[in-house]
Design a protein around this ligand. Structure first.
Ligand code: PGA
Ligand code: ZN
Length: 428
């Protein structure tokens, strides 16, 4: 039965700025009953080859070619026409219309930014018209698990202008009793780390995801800094707070090998290095330890470390259920990173997350390095009960809004809230 209150009457997009000062889309869906949903679209810097494709104007006279006026036009024209009259609660139907209208595998005709913006805004509008918080609208009465935050407190790679090649060094306060406590631990460790870096004569300027971006002598020095900051904050590394890395190894790829610290290394040598780091430091998770085209390297890594470390495919899987199934067949990775803009619609994102749960892969919902004040991923993490989220350091509003949204959700769930804790990593 169609209820007029839920019928889409308008879809509008405009060009706004993201956290790097680059243009991105904001999309608003309006329903016949007057309810609205509004979403901001994120954008990555270290992207996977098979990600859905964001449409940029390529007009060198505006924003160095990175304008999104064409994508906005696609929303205001074709997408608005195609979605007019559709019941917004039928998210799968909304998303199928978008997918078919675009007609390409990579969503490159209308732009994955246009498609995702419309899909997210539809979900927000449906929740608003249902007078239900977004996490409960998406996840139902079982949407009560607050994720462990993986907080990127040291930035390198493409996210900072320093000499650290591993892109992200994260702290994981998994033994906290609640999300609020985990966030407090993270913020206190972050503050301690800033103090330690300054005391050591290092820069405490920050990178794209709010983590510090000093020049360091080695990856091991970064790991040592993290452990000493955890202790300085009165917490125990490996008992209360763990470490996680995003190597973003696509960016280290050099021919058939990898280049780390001015040395060519094979996949096998890289795996040896990770094994050493995991022996010396309480590392619970390694993301993109190898490049997306290196399936044999991924298998080796998974055979060697998969029993005791979460191995996350980001560029490897690009939030695609199909690539995840290949990973499972080939024994590559044991976890998946979930970024809605890699796949392009809410329904496909949820499908990939349920596929992961079925295949026994853990899942971590993630921001992009270019973000807006949108907090969809916070609600998504609770809705899907995946138990993990990464949204950068507890610094820069584009990062902190996601964590603050989770604080609010935890508070409103009250005694029904459960903190995912160490279990989310599905180790042991
Ligand atoms: P990106 O980085 O948003 O620049 O791709 C995030 C990540 O690699 O996890
Ligand atoms: Zn990554």
């Amino acid at each position: 039965m169609t209820d007029i209150a839920f019928e889409i009457v308008d879809v509008r997009a405009m060009e706004i700025l993201d956290s790097r000062g680059q243009p991105t889309l904001e999309v608003q869906v309006t329903l016949d009953g007057g309810s609205r949903g509004r979403a901001g679209v994120p954008s990555g810097a270290s992207t996977g080859e098979k990600e859905a494709h964001e449409l940029r104007d390529e007009d060198p006279g505006r924003y160095g070619g990175r304008g999104v006026l064409k994508a906005a036009e696609a929303v205001n024209g074709e997408i608005a026409d195609a979605l007019a009259g559709v019941d917004v609660r039928r998210q799968r139907a909304v998303d199928d219309i978008l997918i078919q209208l675009d007609g390409t595998d990579s969503k490159s005709r209308l732009g994955a930014n246009a498609v995702l913006g419309a899909s997210l805004a539809a979900a927000y509008a449906a929740a608003a018209a249902s007078r239900t918080p977004l996490y409960r609208y998406l996840g139902g009465v079982m949407a009560n698990v607050l994720p462990v935050p993986l907080m990127n407190v040291l930035n390198g790679g493409q996210h900072a202008a320093n000499n650290i090649e591993v892109q992200e060094f994260m702290i994981v306060p998994a033994a906290a009793d609640s999300f609020a406590e985990a966030l407090r631990w993270g913020a206190e460790i972050y503050a301690a780390l800033g103090g330690e870096l300054s005391a050591g004569g290092y820069s405490s300027s920050v990178g794209d995801e709010g983590g510090y971006a000093p020049n360091l002598h080695s990856e091991e020095e970064a790991l040592q800094f993290l452990c000493s900051a955890i202790r300085k904050a009165g917490l125990q590394p490996g008992r209360q707070v763990w470490l996680a890395l995003d190597v973003a190894a696509n960016d280290l790829r050099c021919g058939g090998a990898y280049r780390l610290r001015q040395r060519d290394v094979s996949a096998g040598e890289l795996v040896n290095t990770y094994e050493t780091w995991c022996g010396d430091y309480p590392i619970i998770s390694i993301e993109d330890g190898l490049a997306e085209d290196d399936w044999s390297g991924w298998k080796l890594l998974t055979d060697r470390l998969g029993g005791r470390v979460q191995l996350v495919g980001d560029d490897l899987f690009v939030t695609s259920a199909e690539l995840l199934r290949r990973g499972q067949r080939e024994g590559a990775a044991n976890a998946i990173l979930i970024k809605p803009n890699q796949i392009g619609t809410v329904s496909e994102t949820l499908h990939t997350m349920s596929t992961a749960a079925r295949l026994n892969y853990s899942a971590c919902v993630s921001h992009r390095s270019g973000e807006t004040s949108d907090t969809f991923i916070s609600d998504l993490a609770v809705a899907a009960r995946c138990g993990q989220i990464k949204s950068g350091a507890p610094c820069r509003t584009d990062r902190v809004v996601k964590y603050n949204r989770l604080l609010r959700i935890e508070k409103s769930l009250d005694s029904a809230a459960e903190f995912a804790g160490l279990q989310a990593f599905m180790l042991e």
